[in-house]
Design a protein. Structure first.
Lengths: 623, 342
C-alpha cells in the first residue's frame, strides 16, 4: 500500500515510502534465486523490517534449463509493521528468463514493477516458455512498469577483471539482480557484501565476481536512473529487543538443542535424508560441541530404531522425516508407545500421498498423525504455527515426552520449515528447566524393580536406564503386566493397560495452556486453524475487520489432546470456519469430538492460502 | 572396571523359559549366561536387544537390561544404545528370518559401520515362531508349509554375507558345543566393533537334525573343519586339508599335498578374500563345514569415531553456548522507541 508522501531525492529520482512491499525473485532453478531472495531478506531483516518469506522451488535439483517446470522463485514481504504472511501478490517481480515471466506474471499486481533480464529473451528461451512473440516487444506487459536490463551482458562486463571464467561468469548474475533491487528498494548493501566475503572467502575470484556484479547492479540503478521512483520501507515498530531472522527448520534444530540443555539430556537425532526435513539434520550435525549426536541411518526405520535405542539408553531422542518416511516409521512409533519411552517424532509435512509434491506445503498428515498406527495407540500431537515458534515447540515436545514417558509427534510443514521471519530472541534463562529423573532405586517389594509402576500424577512409568544397578529389566512390544512389565496375555490386564496408556495421554490436556480467542469475543464468526495457516488466517481476520466485521480466530498448537476449553469456545460461536491445506482433516476431528458443525475452506494447490482467499470466505459467511 | 562374582543363576530371570523342549536355544542361553557370569562384569552394564522370532525371546531370560523389539530392527535399536553409551556391552539376539530377511538392511549396515555390537544369529534354517515356513537360509528344494513343492529361494550363506558387508569379526559356532560357543563369545566380546556370530541352532520341531552333518557323533568327525588361528587347516582326523587352488579354498587329501601348501588360518588378514573363500567351502551344513573365527580385524568402531567427533568439537569450539548459537545468523535490535513509535 503506497503512502502518499513521496519525497524528493538529490538526484532526479524520487523516493516513495511504502508501508509494505512484496518482492518475488524468479528464474531458472540454476539461477540462484533462493540465494538472491535470502540475501534480500537478510538485508531487510538487519535493516529492521518485519518480514515473511515464501520459497518455492521444483523438486528437481536442475530441471532442464529455461523450461517452465525448472522455475524457482522466492517471495518476501517486508513491512514497517508486524505482518503475518509473505503476501498474496508481488509488487515487484524479477524475471530472469521467459519461463519465469510466464509462470509468475499473473501473480504480479497490476501496475507493479517488473524487472527482466532481456538477454534471456532469445528465440530459444521464448519457445521453451511457450511464447509465440517476445512479450518485451509487444503490448502484453503494458499494465506494468517494466525495467529491461541486459543482465548477462552487464554481468560479463562487471566480472571481467575478477578472474572467473567460463560458466562461472554468468553465475554472478543473481547478484547483479540483487544489486539493482538493493538500489530500487533502498536496501543496505553492507550485509550482502559481508556475507559474500564470508561465504566465498576461500574462493577469492568467486567472491570478487559476486561483489563486482552486486555493485554493478546497484550502480546500474544509480547511473541510468532505471526508474523515476525508488522505494523505501522503514523499519518496523516491532517489540523492543534483539532479533534474528530464522527459518522453521533452523529454529526447530536450535529448539532441540535448547531442550537438551534444559533437560540435561544429551541429544540424539536419528534420521534419513528427506525433503523438506533434511535441513534439521544439516543444522544439528554442525553442533557436536553441544553433545549432539546425529545419526544418518540406512533407512527411515533404522533412523527411528536408533532413536528408540537412544531413548532406552537415557538420551533426548528425536527422529525427523516427512510423510513418506513417517509412514515407514509407523510400526516403530507403536513400539515406542508400547515401551513408554520418550521420543520426539518430527514430521515436516509436504504434498502427498506417496512421493507427492516434495517441495510444496500441505497439511495432509494430521489424521495420519492422530490415528495412523495399528492398535490403540493415542499420542500427543503438536503443530508449529510459524517459523520462529518452532524453537519453543521443540522444547515443549521434549517436556511432554520426558514428563509423560511417551513419543510425541511434532508437526511442521514445508511453509514453516523453509520460510523465515524475524524472531525476537527469548531470554533463555526464563525458559523453564525440564525436570528429568532417571529411576535410581528399586520400587517394589523385597528390592524388586517394577518398570511399569507409575507416577500417581502423570501415570508415567520410571525411566530406568542401563547401567543402573538393581534396576535390570526387560521391555518389549508384547503386552506387559501392569506393574512388573513381564509379558502378560491376561485379558483384563490388556484392558487395563490399554485404558491406562490412553488416559495418560488424555491427561496431558491438564498440563497445556488454555486457548485464548484472538479478536472480538462476540464475533460473528470464529476462524479455527492449526499449523502454518496461522499467518494467513490472522491477516484475513484483520482484513475482514477493516470491512466492518467482528471476527475471532483460534489457533491450535495441541492437536492431541485438544485443550480443555476448546469445546466451550467452539460452542459460543454460530459460525466456524476451518481453513486447512488438506481436504478437511481438522474439520473431521472437530465434528467427531464435539458434534458441532463447522465449515471448511480447503485447498491442496501446492501453495499456502492467499489472505484474500480466506478473507473472501469469511465475508461470504458473515454476509 | 568393577568386577563382581557371579554364577550363571545371577543371570537367570524368574520368567518361565518358553521354548519347545529340546530346542537348541536352551543350550545357547546357558552358554551365554555362563560366559557373562564368568566375566564378572556388573550385570547392569549388559543390554540384550532382540527382534522377533523364537530366538528373540532371549532377552526375557537374561537378568540384564533388555528389549524385545520389532521384527528385524534390533541392530538399529542397538545402534542407538551402543553409540550413546560406550560404557555398556550391547548384544543383539536375532534369527535367520529376523536378521537376513526382514532385517537384512540393518544387519549389513551395522556391520559396515562397525558399531560396537555383539550379534548372535541363531540360524535354524526355518521359521519357527510362525510354525514352519522356509527361511532365507533354508536349502533349495526344502518342503515346508509354504513351499509344498520345494523352496525355490536360493539361500544366503550368513558368513559370506557378513564378510561381504565389511564385517570386522565373523565367526560360526553351534548350539551343542558349549565350550566352542564360549570361546567364540569371548573373542567377540574382546573385539572392538561389530562381532557377527552365526550359531547353528537345531529346531527339533520344524527342522530337526538340520545340522546333523556337523553335530552327529559320526558325521562331525568327517565334517567339522575347525578354524584355528595360526594353524594349518586340516580336519577329519588330519586326513583332509584345505589348500588354495585357482583362487578357491579346496579340500584335498592331506597325504597327497606338500604340507607347506596347506592353508594356514590367519583370521587377522586385512583382505577378506581368503576368509570368504573359506566360507564358500559349504553353503550350509551339508558336508565339510568350517567352524570358528573366519575374520577378526581391527577397524575403529562407529561409536568410538562418533564420540571422538563430539569430544573433538568440544575441545576445539568449547562447550556449546546456546546464546551464541541463536545469534549466529546476525541480529538487530529494536529500541524501545522505534522510529515509527509503537
Amino acid at each position: 500500500m503506497a503512502n502518499e508522501t513521496a519525497t524528493a531525492d538529490p538526484s532526479s529520482t524520487t523516493t516513495e515510502t511504502l508501508e509494505k512491499l512484496v518482492v518475488r525473485f524468479a528464474g531458472d532453478s540454476g539461477d540462484g534465486m533462493q540465494l538472491a531472495g535470502n540475501r534480500f531478506t537478510d538485508a531487510s531483516a538487519l535493516f529492521g523490517n518485519d518480514l515473511a518469506t515464501l520459497p518455492n522451488f521444483p523438486a528437481e535439483i536442475r530441471a532442464p534449463a529455461g523450461t517452465l517446470p525448472g522455475v524457482s522463485s522466492f517471495q518476501v514481504q517486508i513491512a514497517d509493521f508486524d505482518i503475518l504472511t509473505a503476501g498474496d501478490q508481488p509488487d515487484c517481480l524479477v524475471a530472469m528468463n521467459p519461463a519465469a515471466l510466464m509462470t509468475n506474471l499473473e501473480d504480479l499486481r497490476q501496475g507493479g514493477t517488473l524487472i527482466v533480464n532481456s538477454d534471456a529473451f532469445d528465440e530459444r528461451n521464448l519457445a521453451k516458455a511457450g511464447y509465440e512473440s517476445d512479450p518485451l516487444d509487444d503490448d502484453s506487459l503494458k499494465g506494468y512498469r517494466v525495467i529491461k536490463v541486459p543482465m548477462d551482458d552487464l554481468t560479463k562486463r562487471a566480472v571481467k577483471d575478477t578472474g572467473v571464467k567460463g560458466r562461472n561468469v554468468l553465475r554472478s548474475k543473481n547478484f547483479f539482480a540483487l544489486g539493482l533491487m538493493a538500489w530500487l528498494f533502498h536496501r543496505p548493501t553492507e550485509p550482502t557484501i559481508d556475507w559474500i566475503e564470508k561465504k566465498f572467502g576461500k574462493q577469492e575470484e568467486v567472491a570478487a565476481a559476486n561483489i563486482a556484479a552486486f555493485r554493478a547492479g546497484y550502480n546500474f540503478g544509480v547511473t541510468t536512473e532505471a526508474t523515476k521512483n525508488t522505494f523505501e520501507v522503514k523499519p518496523a515498530a516491532l517489540k523492543p529487543g534483539t532479533y534474528t531472522n530464522v527459518n522453521g527448520n533452523t529454529a526447530l534444530a536450535w529448539g532441540l538443542i535448547a531442550a537438551s540443555q534444559k533437560s540435561g539430556l544429551p541429544l540424539f537425532y536419528g534420521t534419513y535424508p528427506i525433503t523438506p526435513a533434511s535441513d534439521i539434520l544439516h543444522e544439528l550435525s554442525h553442533h557436536k560441541n553441544f553433545g549432539v549426536r546425529t545419526f544418518q541411518a540406512e533407512d527411515e526405520i533404522a533412523a527411528i530404531g536408533a532413536a528408540i535405542g537412544a531413548a532406552f539408553a537415557g538420551n533426548l531422542a528425536v527422529t525427523g522425516s516427512s510423510g513418506p518416511g513417517i509412514a515407514l516409521k509407523s510400526e516403530a512409533i507403536s513400539l515406542a508407545f508400547m515401551l513408554e519411552l520418550p521420543l520426539i517424532v518430527i514430521n515436516v509435512q509436504r504434498g502427498g500421498p506417496s512421493t507427492g509434491l516434495p517441495t510444496k506445503p500441505e497439511q495432509s498428515d494430521l489424521l495420519f498423525s492422530l490415528y495412523g498406527r495399528h492398535g490403540e495407540s493415542p499420542l500427543p500431537v503438536l503443530a508449529i504455527a510459524t517459523p520462529s515458534e518452532a524453537f519453543l515447540m521443540a522444547i515443549e515436545a521434549a517436556r511432554i515426552a520426558v514428563k509423560y514417558m511417551t513419543p510425541v509427534i511434532l508437526l511442521s510443514d514445508n511453509s514453516v520449515a523453509n520460510a523465515s521471519e524475524p524472531w525476537l530472541l527469548p531470554d533463555l534463562d526464563s525458559i523453564p528447566e525440564i525436570d528429568v529423573e532417571y529411576a535410581k532405586h528399586p520400587n517394589g517389594p523385597d528390592g524388586t524393580f517394577l518398570p511399569y509402576m507409575r507416577n500417581v500424577d502423570t501415570f508415567a512409568r520410571p525411566w530406568a536406564i542401563p547401567g543402573t544397578a538393581g534396576l535390570e529389566h526387560r521391555v518389549g512390544g508384547l503386552e506387559k503386566d501392569a506393574l512388573s512389565g513381564d509379558v502378560s496375555y491376561d485379558a483384563s490386564n490388556h484392558q487395563l493397560m490399554t485404558d491406562t496408556r490412553a488416559w495418560k495421554v488424555a491427561n496431558i490436556a491438564n498440563d497445556i495452556p488454555q486457548l485464548e480467542i484472538d479478536g472480538e469475543e462476540d464475533a460473528e464468526i470464529l476462524v479455527l486453524g492449526w499449523g502454518s495457516t496461522f499467518g494467513s488466517i490472522r491477516a484475513a481476520a484483520r482484513r475482514s475487520r477493516l470491512e466492518g466485521h467482528k471476527v475471532a480466530t483460534l489457533h491450535l498448537r495441541y492437536l492431541n489432546p485438544l485443550p480443555n476449553n476448546l469445546g466451550d469456545l467452539l460452542r459460543s460461536y454460530d459460525k466456524i470456519l476451518i481453513p486447512e491445506l488438506n481436504t478437511g482433516q481438522l474439520l473431521k476431528v472437530i465434528r467427531a469430538e464435539f458434534l458441532i458443525d463447522v465449515t471448511g475452506l480447503n485447498k491442496v494447490a501446492a501453495e499456502p492460502f492467499k489472505v484474500s482467499e480466506i478473507t473472501e470466505k469469511i465475508l461470504e459467511m458473515v454476509q | 572396571m568393577t568386577t563382581r562374582s557371579y554364577t550363571r543363576a545371577d543371570f537367570q530371570t524368574d520368567q518361565e523359559v518358553r521354548w519347545c523342549p529340546g530346542c537348541g536355544d536352551y543350550t545357547i542361553l546357558a552358554s551365554v549366561q555362563q560366559f557373562v557370569a564368568a566375566l564378572g562384569r556388573p550385570r547392569e552394564e549388559f543390554v540384550f536387544i532382540s527382534g522377533i522370532g523364537c530366538a528373540s525371546r532371549f532377552p526375557y531370560y537374561m537378568n540384564t537390561f533388555g528389549m524385545h523389539s520389532i521384527h528385524g530392527r534390533a541392530p538399529a535399536i542397538a545402534t542407538g544404545v551402543a553409540t550413546t553409551r560406550p560404557d555398556l556391552s550391547v548384544w543383539v539376539i536375532t534369527g535367520d528370518g529376523d536378521a537376513l530377511s526382514i532385517g537384512g538392511n540393518h544387519l549389513i549396515h551395522v556391520l559396515r559401520r562397525n558399531v560396537n555390537l555383539k550379534i548372535l544369529l541363531f540360524n535354524n534354517q526355518i521359521y519357527g515362531l510362525t510354525k514352519g515356513q522356509y527361511s532365507p537360509t533354508s536349502e533349495i528344494g526344502k518342503k515346508t508349509k509354504s513351499s509344498p513343492f520345494g523352496s525355490i529361494d536360493y539361500p544366503f550363506n550368513p558368513v559370506s554375507l557378513a564378510l561381504g558387508a565389511e564385517a570386522t569379526f565373523v565367526a560360526r559356532t553351534l548350539d551343542m558345543d558349549r565350550s566352542h560357543t564360549q570361546a567364540i563369545l569371548k573373542a567377540a566380546y574382546e573385539h572392538e566393533g561389530a562381532a557377527f556370530i552365526e550359531i547353528y541352532q537345531n529346531c527339533n520341531v520344524f527342522n530337526d537334525k538340520a545340522f546333523i552333518q556337523v553335530t552327529g557323533k559320526e558325521e562331525r568327525i568327517h565334517n567339522r573343519i575347525d578354524l584355528q588361528h595360526g594353524k594349518p587347516i586340516v580336519f577329519d582326523g588330519g586326513s583332509k586339508a584345505i589348500v588354495m587352488r585357482d583362487g578357491q579354498a579346496t579340500i584335498v587329501e592331506s597325504s597327497l599335498v606338500d604340507p607347506n601348501a596347506i592353508l594356514v588360518h590367519d583370521e587377522t588378514r586385512p583382505d577378506p578374500a581368503i576368509a570368504f573363500a573359506l566360507s564358500r567351502l559349504s553353503h550350509g551344513p551339508y558336508g565339510p563345514t568350517p567352524l570358528g573365527i573366519f575374520r577378526n580385524v581391527e577397524r575403529p568402531s562407529y561409536d568410538s569415531e562418533l564420540n571422538a567427533q563430539v569430544a573433538e568439537a568440544k575441545e576445539q569450539l568449547g562447550e556449546g553456548d546456546l546464546e551464541k548459537l541463536i545469534r549466529s545468523h546476525g541480529t538487530w535490535t529494536v529500541e524501545a522507541e522505534s522510529p515509527n513509535g509503537g
